[in-house]
Design a protein around this ligand. Structure first.
Ligand code: HEC
Ligand code: HEC
Ligand code: HEC
Ligand code: HEC
Length: 149
C-alpha cells in the first residue's frame, strides 16, 4: 500500500515537473512570413526599409569585412537564416503570441512575449558605438502606417 502510494506520488511529481518545463520554455522565432498573414500592411511597408535588407547589406559592404558577429545586429536572433532585422527583432519572439486568440488581447500577447518597442529596443543595436549610430525612437519610423499618397 505504502509502495503504491509512493509510486503514485512519483508519477504525479514527474508529470508536474514536465509541464513546468514546457511552460517555462522560451518562445522561439517564427519569421516575418508568419506575421504577414495578419499584418500585410506592416509587412509590406517594413519590406521597404533598410531593416529588411540588413543582412544582405552587411554582406555586400566594401568598408567592413563581413563575419558572423555582424549578425548580432544585422539579422534576427543572430541567425543568417532569419535574414534582416525582422518583426521579432523589435516585437519579441512570436511562437507564443502569434495565435489569434492571444494576439487580439494585448495583455495576453504581452504576457506571451509581445514587445511594444521603446527607445531601449532601438538601443540594443543602435548603441552609439562604431558605425552603430544612436537612433531616436519614433512610432512610425518603420513606415508601419499606410504610405501617404
Ligand atoms: C492570426 C493573426 C495574427 C498573426 C499571425 C499575428 N498577429 Fe499580431 N495582431 C493580430 C491582431 C488581431 C491584433 C490586434 C488588433 C490589431 O492591432 O490589428 C494584433 C496586434 C499586434 C500588434 C499591436 C499590439 C498593440 O495593440 O499595440 C503587434 C505589434 C503585433 N500584432 C505583432 C505581430 C508579430 C510580430 C507577429 C508575428 C510574430 C504577429 N503579430 C502575428 C493578429 C495576428
Ligand atoms: C552593435 C550592432 C551592429 C553590429 C555588430 C554591426 N552593425 Fe552594421 N549597422 C548597425 C546599425 C545600427 C546600422 C545603421 C546605422 C545608421 O544608419 O545610422 C548599421 C549599418 C551598417 C551598414 C550601412 C551603413 C554604412 O555604414 O555603410 C553596413 C554596410 C554595415 N552596417 C555593415 C556591418 C558589418 C559588415 C558588420 C560586421 C563587421 C556590422 N555592420 C556589424 C549595427 C551593427
Ligand atoms: C525596428 C523595429 C521594428 C520592426 C523591425 C518592426 N516593427 Fe512593428 N512596430 C515598431 C514600433 C516602434 C511600433 C510602434 C509602437 C507604438 O505604437 O508605440 C510598431 C508597431 C507595430 C504594430 C501596431 C500597429 C501599427 O501599425 O503601428 C504592428 C501590428 C506591428 N508593429 C507589426 C510588425 C510586423 C508584422 C513587423 C514585421 C513585418 C514589424 N512590426 C517590424 C517597431 C518595429
Ligand atoms: C536587431 C538590431 C536592430 C534593432 C533592434 C533596431 N535596428 Fe534600426 N537598424 C539596424 C541595422 C543593422 C540597420 C542598418 C541596415 C542597413 O543599412 O543595411 C538599421 C537601420 C535603421 C534606420 C535606417 C538608417 C538609414 O541610414 O536610413 C533607421 C531609421 C533605424 N534603423 C531606426 C531604428 C529604430 C527607431 C529602432 C527602434 C524602434 C531600431 N532601428 C531598432 C539594426 C537594428
Amino acid at each position: 500500500m505504502i509502495k503504491r502510494t509512493l509510486i503514485v506520488i512519483a508519477v504525479v511529481v514527474a508529470i508536474l515537473g514536465l509541464s513546468a518545463l514546457t511552460a517555462s520554455a522560451a518562445p522561439t522565432f517564427v519569421g516575418a512570413e508568419k506575421c504577414k498573414m495578419c499584418h500585410k500592411l506592416q509587412y509590406d511597408s517594413w519590406g521597404q526599409t533598410k531593416h529588411a535588407k540588413a543582412t544582405e547589406n552587411a554582406k555586400a559592404s566594401t568598408k567592413m569585412k563581413f563575419e558572423a558577429a555582424c549578425l548580432t545586429c544585422h539579422a534576427t536572433n543572430k541567425d543568417e537564416a532569419m535574414a534582416g532585422v525582422q518583426c521579432e527583432a523589435c516585437h519579441g519572439a512570436g511562437s507564443d503570441f502569434k495565435g489569434l486568440s492571444v494576439m487580439k488581447d494585448l495583455a495576453k500577447a504581452k504576457a506571451a512575449g509581445l514587445v511594444i518597442p521603446t527607445q531601449t529596443t532601438c538601443d540594443g543595436c543602435h548603441d552609439g558605438n562604431d558605425h552603430h549610430k544612436k537612433m531616436v525612437f519614433t512610432k512610425d519610423v518603420h513606415a508601419h502606417k499606410a504610405p501617404t499618397p
